[in-house]
Design a protein around this ligand. Structure first.
Ligand SMILES: NC(=O)c1ccc[n+]([C@@H]2O[C@H](COP(=O)([O-])OP(=O)(O)OC[C@H]3O[C@@H](n4cnc5c(N)ncnc54)[C@H](OP(=O)(O)O)[C@@H]3O)[C@@H](O)[C@H]2O)c1
Length: 419
C-alpha cells in the first residue's frame, strides 16, 4: 500500500503514470500534479475504470518550494517522483527534505537561466576544474548527500533509461560478468521515424541543449572535451541496422567514473540522422537555440522557448513514429584472468509502445524505468539513505522488474567493439 506524488505530466510522466496504474498492487494511490492541471485531469479521466489505483490531481509550480511543500503536506505521499524538468530538481529535493519524503527524478539538475551571474560563476569554476562544459552536472544534487542521509531519506537520481538503466547495466556487468571493467561504451540508438522533417523526441529545450553542447568522454580518470558532433562512428544495431552515431557528453559518465572502480575509458554515443543534424546546425547558426532573452516587438522572448512552441509536441509523436530503439552498454575487461567483452541492451518498438500506453518509445524507455525505480524504493529493495545514482543499488531486482514491465534485456557475449 503506497501513495506517490508525480510532479509533471508531459511525455515521460504520462508513461510512468500509466505503468504505475498497471502495477496497482504497489501503487495504490497517486496524486498527479503539474503546472498545467488540465493535462493531469485529462490523463486521470482517460485512466478512469482501467485501474484500481486511486488518482487525484493538483496544480503546482514546482519552481516554488513553498508550493511543493504545501502540496506534499496535503497529499502525504511515500515518494515524490519528479518527472517535470531538470530545472525543478533542487526545489523539489528541498521540499522533500522539509517534509521527510523520499525523492526520485530522471535527469540531473540544470538551471533554466544559464545567464544567472551567481550560477555562472560556479559553472565556470567547475568547467576549469573538471574539464567539461555541459550545463548540468551532479555537484548540485550531490551537495544534498549529507542532508538526505541524516534525515534517513533516499534521493534516487536519474532513473530513466540513460541515465538510469544504463547504470544498472554497468552495475550488473560489474556484479556478474567482470572482475575488472576496462572500458564502457553506452550506445543510444533511435531507429524511429516520425515523418516530420524535424522534431525532438523529448522536451525540445532539454534535448537541443544536450546535443548542441561539446562532446566529452573520460579517459584514465580525466575528461576529454571535443567540439560538438566531431567524433562519429557507424554501428550495426540489432533489429535496427546500421546507423551513424556521435560522441556526446552524458550525465551518467560522471557518476560511473566514481562508482565503477578502475574503469579506464567511458564514452556515450547517440545516433542522429543527417536531416536532424542539418536542421539543428541551421537553428543554432541563426540563434534559435539560445536561452538568452531577446526583445521582439516590445516583449522579451527566449529563442529556444519560442522554438519549442513551433515544434511538434513530443507527446504527439506516438501515433506516427515507426521503428525501434536499441540502447545498451558494451564492456571490455577481464574475468578469471581472461580478456572478455559483453554487450547488454534493450530493443523497444515505437508502435508497440503506442499500442500499450499511447506514447512513442523514447518516453516509454524513460517512463518504465521511472516506475520500476519507484517500485524499488516503495518495496524497500533499494533502501540506503542518501543521494544515489542507479549503479549504487543492486541491479538484479531492477533489471528483473524491467524484464517484466516492458523493457527486457538482450545480451551478446561477442559484440562488435566500437573503435
Ligand atoms: N533519463 C532519461 O533517459 C531521460 C530521457 C528523456 C527525458 N528525460 C527527462 O524526463 C523529464 C521529462 O521529460 P518530458 O519529455 O516528459 O518533458 P515534457 O513533455 O516537456 O514534460 C515536462 C512536464 O513538466 C511540467 N513542468 C514544467 N515546469 C514545471 C513547473 N515549474 N512546475 C510543475 N510542472 C512543470 C510540464 O508542465 P506543462 O504541461 O505546463 O508544460 C510538463 O508536464 C525531463 O527532466 C527530461 O530531461 C530523461
Amino acid at each position: 500500500m503506497s501513495k506517490v506524488l508525480v510532479i509533471g505530466c508531459g511525455g515521460v510522466a504520462q508513461v510512468a503514470i500509466r505503468k504505475c496504474a498497471q502495477r496497482s498492487e504497489v501503487f495504490t494511490e497517486m496524486c498527479i500534479a503539474s503546472r498545467t492541471k488540465s493535462k493531469c485531469d485529462a490523463l486521470a479521466e482517460d485512466l478512469k475504470g482501467t485501474t484500481p489505483m486511486k488518482i487525484t490531481t493538483a496544480r503546482v509550480d514546482a519552481d516554488k518550494v513553498d508550493e511543493v511543500i504545501a502540496l506534499i503536506r496535503d497529499c502525504k505521499p511515500d515518494l515524490v517522483m519528479n518527472i517535470a524538468l531538470p530545472y525543478q530538481d533542487l526545489t523539489i529535493m528541498d521540499a522533500c527534505l522539509a517534509c521527510g519524503v523520499n525523492y526520485m527524478d530522471t535527469a540531473n539538475y540544470e538551471p533554466e537561466d544559464t545567464d544567472d551571474p551567481a550560477w555562472r560563476e560556479i559553472y565556470e569554476k567547475r568547467c576549469r576544474e573538471k574539464g567539461f562544459s555541459a550545463y548540468f552536472d551532479y555537484s548540485w544534487q550531490w551537495a544534498y548527500r549529507e542532508r538526505f542521509e541524516k534525515a534517513g531519506l533516499i534521493a534516487l537520481l536519474g532513473c530513466g533509461f540513460d541515465p538510469g538503466v544504463t547504470q544498472a547495466y554497468c552495475a550488473y556487468a560489474q556484479k556478474h560478468e567482470f572482475d575488472q571493467i576496462d572500458t564502457i561504451d553506452i550506445l543510444d540508438c533511435n531507429g524511429g521515424d516520425h515523418g516530420y522533417p524535424f522534431a525532438t523526441n523529448f522536451n525540445p529545450e532539454v534535448n537541443l541543449r544536450e546535443v548542441s553542447a561539446p562532446g566529452s568522454y573520460i579517459e584514465n580518470g580525466k575528461w576529454v572535451e571535443i567540439p560538438a558532433m566531431s567524433i562519429k562512428r557507424e554501428y550495426d544495431f540489432d533489429q535496427v541496422g546500421r546507423k551513424d552515431m556521435y560522441l556526446l557528453h552524458h550525465e551518467e559518465l560522471e557518476s560511473l567514473a566514481e562508482n565503477i572502480p578502475g574503469v579506464k575509458r567511458l564514452r556515450f554515443f547517440m545516433t542522429f540522422g543527417q536531416s536532424y543534424l542539418t536542421h539543428m546546425k541551421c537553428l543554432e547558426n541563426v540563434g534559435m537555440l539560445s536561452t538568452t532573452p531577446v526583445s521582439f516587438e516590445g516583449r522579451e522572448i527566449v529563442p529556444i522557448k519560442f522554438l519549442k512552441a513551433l515544434l511538434p509536441d513530443p507527446a504527439s509523436l506516438g501515433p506516427r513514429t515507426v521503428g525501434k530503439t536499441n540502447i545498451g552498454c558494451i564492456f571490455t575487461g577481464k574475468k578469471d584472468g581472461k580478456e572478455k567483452t559483453y554487450y547488454i541492451y534493450n530493443v523497444c518498438d515505437h508502435q508497440a509502445c503506442y499500442r500499450e500506453v499511447k506514447s512513442q518509445a523514447i518516453s516509454y524507455t524513460t517512463g518504465v524505468p521511472a516506475m520500476c525505480g519507484a517500485m524499488m524504493l516503495l518495496t524497500g529493495k533499494w533502501n540506503t539513505p542518501g543521494v544515489h545514482t542507479v549503479e549504487e543499488f543492486d541491479p538484479d531486482p531492477f533489471l528483473e522488474a524491467l524484464d517484466q514491465n516492458g523493457l527486457p534485456r538482450s545480451e551478446n557475449r561477442a559484440p562488435v567493439i566500437v573503435e
